[in-house]
Design a protein around this ligand. Structure first.
Ligand code: G6P
Length: 369
């Protein structure tokens, strides 16, 4: 097992560090940035189905559901296709309205999650076209879907999902860009820029990983907190949810993810000097508004741990601690902002002596209801 961990203390840490290379594996041969080409074997012949769909319904569970939420932003923003993201477990029992004009995307690392499998069976019965995004080759969901794309992240052993999440987002981003290009909802120059920037993501993720020592220090400061709040907006709202989930899963500290603007409708009541608030405050359309949220938290003595864009000065002044990530277009930021949050939860769990790779009560793949 020590050999399999490749010199890392835990599979989770190894898998976090694998992300620059597995993201590259995910788009290798599929993204030719200089030539402006995205080619996904499973997608090509079904592009008209996606483009003419009334809507895309994404079904998934856990971390894969968070990847679906990121996809909602990118599909609607770039490809202008309406998207709904559903917990598979709710969708399957809701007597959902599904028609032959819907495209259902099922996202699953394992390809074996019982609820997701049941949701796609239901969608198929109702005549929808079902596309799978799985990591495990030959898994049940990959066989039950009409077509799909593998993430090629390699085996993920840590129960808390890390590299599966970023590679799922990589695939979903490629699909959205391809559809946007064919549909003409993205300009040529914007399309080319996105491809070049996507090709830079492994380098950016490697740069984000360099903050590891600093993040370990931040973890030491906050490891005894009993609650955490995670805030983000737009593309980074799902990242806040995922950051909170990671912390809950492996450290057993209660954490909640929230859209930053919703803070005033509830979570702000919880803020006092004992409450660390992780705020994703990168350069984006929402930057000014997120800065205001940080000021509101500070006024109530909450402790701010901010994820910022390299070179940021405003948030750096306000926050108690910052974790830097490289600059990238807003639509690609989840791929980099996720990294420091994975490391933060990892280090807190290690410091609390928790079983990082096999947290209590959780399973890697939930094959029963
Ligand atoms: C379990 C795992 C999570 C995972 C979820 C969905 O809860 O512990 O890490 O996100 O199942 O799994 P899937 O294999 O369908 O992505």
């Amino acid at each position: 097992e020590q050999i399999e961990k490749g010199g890392y203390d835990h599979f989770m840490l190894k898998e976090i560090y694998e992300q620059p290379s597995v993201i590259k594996d995910t788009y290798r041969g599929r993204l030719l940035a200089d030539k402006g080409i995205i080619k996904l074997g499973g997608l090509e012949e079904y592009i008209p189905k996606f483009i003419n769909a009334d809507r895309i319904i994404i079904v998934a569970c856990g971390t894969s559901w968070h990847a679906g939420l990121v996809a909602e932003y990118i599909f609607e923003d770039l490809a202008r296709i309406p998207v709904e993201v559903e917990y598979a477990s709710e969708f399957r029992y809701r007597n959902p309205i599904i028609t032959e004009n819907d495209v259902v995307i099922a996202i699953s690392q394992s390809g074996e999650t019982a609820d997701t499998l049941a949701a796609i069976k239901l969608a198929k019965e109702k005549g929808a076209f079902v596309y799978g995004i799985c990591n495990v080759v030959g898994s049940t969901i990959s066989r039950e879907t009409h077509s799909g794309t593998y993430t090629h992240a390699g085996p993920e052993i840590g129960v808390a999902s890390t590299k599966a999440f970023t590679t799922q987002i990589t695939v979903l981003t490629m699909i959205a860009l391809k559809l946007a290009q064919v549909k003409g909802t993205i300009s040529k120059s914007d399309y080319m820029m996105h491809l070049r920037e996507l090709d830079m993501i492994p380098t950016h993720v490697a740069a984000a990983l360099k903050s590891n020592d600093k993040i370990e220090e931040i973890a030491a400061v906050f490891k005894n907190a009993t609650n955490f709040l995670y805030l983000g907006r737009g593309y980074n709202f799902p990242v806040a949810l995922e950051g909170a989930l990671k912390l809950k899963e492996i450290s057993y500290i209660h954490a909640e993810g929230y859209p930053a603007a919703e803070m005033k409708h509830g979570p702000i009541a919880l803020i006092d000097e004992h409450m660390p608030v992780v705020v994703i405050a990168i350069n984006s359309n929402h930057y000014g508004k997120v800065v205001s949220n940080i000021e509101e938290i500070k006024a109530r003595k909450g402790k701010i741990i901010a994820v910022v864009t390299e070179g940021d000065t405003v948030v750096r002044e306000l926050a108690d601690y910052v974790m830097e990530v490289p600059k990238t277009p807003e639509s690609l930021t989840p791929l980099v902002t996720t990294i420091p949050l994975q490391l933060l939860s990892y280090h807190i769990a290690v410091m609390l002596n928790k079983n990082v790779d096999q947290p209590r009560n959780l399973a890697k793949s939930v094959t029963v209801e």
